[in-house]
Structures are given as C-alpha cells and as structure tokens.
Unconditional design. Sequence first.
Length: 269
Amino acid sequence: MLSLVPTPIGNIADISLRSLEVLSNAHVMLCEDTRVTKKLIHLLKERYELTTIEPKFISLHSHNEAEFIASLSPDFFDQNVVYVSDAGMPGISDPGQMLVRYCQDHGIVYDVLPGANAALSAFVASGFVETKMLFFGFLPHKGNDRSSALQEALFNGYTTILYESPKRLDKLLSELSIAVPERQVFLAKEITKRYQHFYRGTASELIPQMEKEIRGEWVVVIEASGTKGSSLSEQDILALDIPKKAASKLIAKITGENPKECYQRLLDL
C-alpha cells in the first residue's frame, strides 16, 4: 500500500506515534529530498528509538513527479511504500496528489496520516474570526501572473493564506500596503521552531518591523475583504481616464478603504 506521512515542520516532537509506526515498516521511502529524510530518520532513531527495516530511499519531487509516476506499475505497491515531503503535509504545496490519483486509478490501497501543517497553524493563530478560508500557497514571482494571482487572493471574500519566502516578503507587504491599506495582515514566522514569532497589523504597520526579522519561513494570513469576486485592481482603476474622485470611490468599494482617505491618498500620488 501507499502511506502519505506528514513530518514535523520544525519541532521534531510533533511527529505522531502513527507516523513512527508507518516509518518503521516502510520498504520504500519516496522523499522530496532523500538527504532531508535520511537526517530525519537518524534523529528519530536517536530520540525515539525508531527501528526500520532499512528502506530504499527514492527521490520524488515536483520536477520528476510526473515522469516517475508514468514509469510505475501497480505491483510497485505490493510492498509498504511511504511518501514524505521535507516538512509538513504531503500534497500541500508539495508532491503527493499525483500518487494518490495513481492509487485511485489502479485500485491500490492508500492512507493519509494527519499531521503538522503551517497554513492551518497560522490560520488558527491569526485570530481572524471568519472561518472560511482559501489557501493559495506561493504566488507567482512576477509579471501578469503575479498581479492576477494577487488580485484573486485579495478580493475573494475569504480569509486568504499564502506562503512567502524571506526574499519576497518585503515585496508582498509593499503590494498589500497599496492594494489593501486598511486590511489586517497576520504574519507567522518559523512555526514550531525556536524563533517562532507572530505579527499582526496593516501591511504598512508591519513593514518597519520586518527590517530585522526577514529571515525565516513565513505564512501570511490576510483578513477577508467582505467583497467577493472583484476583478479590478487599484492599478486598473488608475489607468482609466476618469477623475481621481471617481477613481477613489471605486477603489474604496473594492478595498474597504475610507473613500475620503483614499481620495486624499490619490491626490498625494
């Protein structure tokens, strides 16, 4: 059978008893990075006396996933096959779903163990009371793809969860400070790790705090807009040949910003 096993996202004590049992009986370990998984297994052997049957480690990541699965035959799963990503839940911004689909298509037994997940942990820690949420993972890095993805993330009517690298966190906060200046943003840094830290405020309030805190892995939770399905960004509106007062009303409508303050901000541009 196939077992998808979540691994700790920072604190090794978050490994579950079920995960230890499945790992101990694995004949094959499919790994996002074999080096990371081997290190994890070594730590688990030291701390929790994990015993294994000396599994075979095979690399399976986003760049070779489709090719690997195309080469499979159902009898590969006559043994205990385990997939682990580097940290967190397989299939959440990591490979795993294609393996599940293969098992479904070929009548292969599979199981998914519950475990640590940065997105859900940050969502609960955010304190936003809107319980409906959308998870976008990592946004495209640049260009029209990023602009359209950010627009969808900001104006869908739900609390939105993003992953962001330290290299682009300042860029994202700058974009949020322009597009949704009054929206509350929650930042979670290094969840479950030694330097875990939470921040909450508007993007413009958070930017100065990030100057010395930018290192680390980040989850960004953005307050729900209250307006669903907007297809216009502030930049789209400013590109129209209309008076700034009319533009400010449109922008305020889609962002929730105070119309008078928005108008004054446009005058100051």
